[in-house]
Each structure stands twice: as C-alpha cells, then as structure tokens.
Design a protein around this ligand. Structure first.
Ligand SMILES: C[S@@+](CC[C@H](N)C(=O)[O-])C[C@H]1O[C@@H](n2cnc3c(N)ncnc32)[C@H](O)[C@@H]1O
Length: 211
C-alpha cells in the first residue's frame, strides 16, 4: 500500500507538471492514438462511456463531438489533468473523478463502453485494473484498451530506458500478454492488433467483451 501510494504520487507529480501543456506537447501523438482507437470500435448504441486515465479528456471530447447524447465519464489519478477538461467547450465532460484504475468509484454493470488509452504501462497491478474494468461494464459491454506494444523494437528500448529514468513508468506488454490478461479477467477478445503511428510509436488496441 505504501509503495503504491508512493508510485501514485510520482504519477501525480509528473502529470501535475505536464497538465497545462499536455494537449499541445502531445497533440500529434494524441490525435493519432485516439483516432486509431476510435476507428476500431463502433460506439453507436453506447449510451454510457467511461475513460480510465482520461487525462485532459481528449477522447471523451472526441466521442461527444461524434455522437450526441452520450453520457461520458472519466477518471484519472491526476486532479490537474482533470482540471484541463473544464477548459474544453463541452460541458458534458464534467463527469470526472479522481480515482485509481484499480479502485473505480462506480457501481457494477454501469457502462456500455470502457476506454483506456496510453495508461496501461503505468499501472502496477494490471490484473486488478482489468477486474475493475470488467466489473463496471454492463454484461455484453466492451473494453477498448490502447497502449504501447513491445512487439516494436523502439518500444522495447523505450520501456527499458524509462524503467531506469522514470519512476512513474511501470512496464509495457506485447499483444499476447495483454490478450491473456484480458482473458483471465473474463473478457472475450473481439479484435486485437498492433500498428505504428510513427517511426517510434508502436501501439496495440484490444477490444474485449464482457461475457
Ligand atoms: C499519457 S496520459 C494519457 C491520458 C489520456 N488517456 C490520453 O490518451 O490522452 C496517462 C494518464 O494516465 C493517468 N494514470 C496513470 N496511472 C493511473 C492509474 N493507476 N489510475 C488512473 N489514472 C492513471 C495519468 O495521471 C495520466 O493522466
């Protein structure tokens, strides 16, 4: 518990410093990541969407712009990142909470769709996070998880490097490891693939359905 609080503080400090610049500094990466993620799933018919580690709310904003009437919820460890969501024009983005991915403050069977983009490599206990994602989804609901993929040499190098210099970073996975973790949490896999958005950034997106 002490160690996990310590790690959480490192994540919170890192994103506290970055929050105001985040959308600008990471614009190209975020646009590509979120575009690729949303390309892989049809949210028509989803009324309630949760984004775990939603940061400044870019994905929720994009979903709202594509479809009216969707209720969007987001949670993140960093209050400062969540504060940036209120700077955006879309007032529906205000359903945000400070929370850890492994202890979600929502009732079971609550959401049609759960997203998480570029967050998984921070989480110390990914199995606990996946169990929580499964719990808050309605039966038949879908999880869409996008993160860096160790299939790519650039990501393996980055993963090793960040383990030394960045205490907030935990670890990256390859596609098969992630699929196994989703299966262990109870998900059936609908789609899973790896792709590059630039010469450095190799990603994977997995769509799992709650049985
Ligand atoms: C790279 S940013 C991605 C933000 C957003 N998902 C996006 O795609 O723009 C990583 C985010 O994950 C959050 N985060 C890291 N560990 C977390 C955890 N255990 N629970 C919830 N959020 C977490 C950080 O605070 C940060 O806002």
């Amino acid at each position: 518990m002490m160690q996990s609080n310590n790690i959480h503080n490192k994540v919170i400090r890192q994103y506290h410093r970055l929050a105001r610049k985040y959308d600008t500094v990471w614009k190209k990466y975020n646009t590509a990541t979120i575009d690729e993620t949303l390309k892989r799933v049809d949210t028509t018919g989803s009324r309630t969407i949760l984004d775990i580690g939603c940061g400044t709310g870019i994905l929720l904003d994009e979903v709202q712009q594509r479809e009216n009437g969707i209720q969007t919820f987001g949670c993140d460890l960093s209050l400062e990142m969540l504060r940036q969501t209120t700077q955006k024009e879309n007032e529906n983005l205000l359903h945000v909470s400070v929370a850890d991915a492994t202890a979600l403050p929502y009732p079971s069977d609550r959401f049609d769709t759960v997203f998480s983009t570029s967050v998984f490599h921070f989480i110390r206990n990914p199995n606990a996070a996946l169990n929580e994602m499964y719990r808050v989804l309605k039966p038949n609901g879908r999880l869409i998880l996008t993160d860096w993929c160790r299939r790519y040499r650039s990501i393996r190098m980055l993963d090793s490097f960040l383990k030394y210099i960045d205490r907030a970073h935990y670890r990256c996975y390859n596609l098969d490891e992630c699929i196994k973790m989703l299966n262990d949490a109870g998900f059936s896999i609908e789609r899973a693939d790896c792709y590059k958005i630039s010469s450095i950034w190799g990603l994977m997106t997995i769509v799992g359905r709650k049985m």
